[in-house]
Write a protein that binds this ligand. Structure first.
Ligand code: SF4
Length: 351
């Protein structure tokens, strides 16, 4: 987190959206991420998506766990509700908040360590229960906050900074979300705003359980040869900074490619990410097809990006539990305590 608050002044030429907010109203504190970190690009995409959708910032609840990714909500939607929970426990806190007030737009921000390791159970259960939310994973394959250990999404065969080869199979969070019943599943790349912003906008308006896995290079701890999630294009400079244990910024990795095509994105360590953008003709309404397609492309060494699956009539945990529309803190004492006869009626219905 940062203590550096941005000045409140707005530039007079900033264009307001339909509800009178400028893009500046969707920003947060000044980022303390390493310069060039993919997570900052994601924050910027969230800001853009909310601005374009005319979302009132105070109608958003952003919750996160622990890790570099989970710091990032501090850097966008400064006027939203926020809760930085503990490691891997964001989904249950989000579920609780969501049950208490269905009026807010719930945005869960997590990382590959927070979601695919310690929080894997929480992630799976929040999705299978149908919690209405947008669950965003900022996925770089390493624990950046604790200096670059492999996370559970690191590819088998990739090398750590110390030269250790990862022998474990990676967890594919999109495949898992599909299997667990998510009603909206997408994947993108932090450096491809052209794809990420519309994907976020679609997730925000989905109305079900949306999960987006965003590949987001860690420019500081994936800069070694053999990594498959980022690259170091100035290797010598990077060696120097590693010795000093001082991190200099890298350029943000960006890309643009057409639907249906595959692009090779050079990472900071010289390795290559092969991204395959779904073709416009891809029909994202068949869960089984989406699962098969992910596997087929994985066998070709490609990472599929785009909207993989959407259920256009999703049901949620609120539907399953038949919860009331009014937020719990707005219910009066009479409703919350309807009297002995009502209680006996409820008890009788449960016998
Ligand atoms: Fe981003 Fe990696 Fe720096 Fe963390 S350590 S802020 S993930 S570049």
């Amino acid at each position: 987190m940062t203590y550096i608050i941005k000045p409140k002044l707005h530039h007079p030429t900033l264009t307001p959206n339909a509800i009178g907010y400028t893009r500046r109203d969707y920003e947060g504190a000044i980022s303390t991420m390493c310069a060039g970190c993919g997570h900052d690009s994601i924050s910027s995409a969230v800001i853009q998506a909310c601005y374009e959708l005319d979302i009132e910032p105070h109608r958003v609840a952003k919750l996160s766990g622990i890790g570099c990714s989970s710091k990032s909500p501090d850097y966008f939607l400064g006027n939203a509700h926020g809760f930085n929970t503990v490691h891997g426990r964001m989904p249950s806190v989000l579920t609780g908040a969501n049950m208490a007030n269905k009026d807010l737009l719930y945005l869960g921000i997590s990382g590959d360590g927070d979601t695919a390791s310690i929080g894997l159970g929480q992630f799976a259960h929040a999705i299978r229960r149908g919690v209405k939310m947008v669950y965003l994973v900022e996925n770089n394959g390493v624990y950046g906050l604790t200096k670059g250990q492999f996370s559970a999404t690191a590819d088998a065969g990739s090398k750590s900074k110390g030269g250790v080869v990862n022998e474990d199979s990676p967890i594919d969070l999109c495949a898992l979300a599909l299997q667990m019943g998510a009603t909206f599943v997408g994947r993108s790349f932090s450096g491809d705003k052209e794809q990420l912003v519309p994907l976020l906008k679609a997730a925000f308006t989905h109305g079900g359980t949306a999960m987006i896995d965003v590949l987001s290079p860690c420019v500081t701890f994936n800069n070694h040869a053999g990594s498959t999630k980022s690259y170091d294009y100035v290797r010598e400079h990077n060696d120097a900074l590693n010795r000093l244990d001082v991190f200099f910024g890298r350029d943000e990795i960006t890309t643009q490619y057409e639907p249906g095509s595959t692009v090779e994105v050079a990472q900071h360590d010289g390795s290559i990410l092969r991204l395959h953008k779904l073709h416009d003709s891809y029909a994202p309404t068949d869960r089984l097809h989406a699962m098969r397609y992910l596997e087929e492309r994985k066998a070709l060494g490609e990472i599929v990006t785009g909207l993989l699956y959407v259920d256009q009539a999703p049901s949620t945990l609120h539907d399953h539990l038949k919860t009331v529309d009014v937020p719990l803190n707005k219910l009066g004492a009479k409703v919350l305590s309807p009297g002995r006869s009502k209680l006996e009626e409820i008890n009788a219905s449960l016998r």
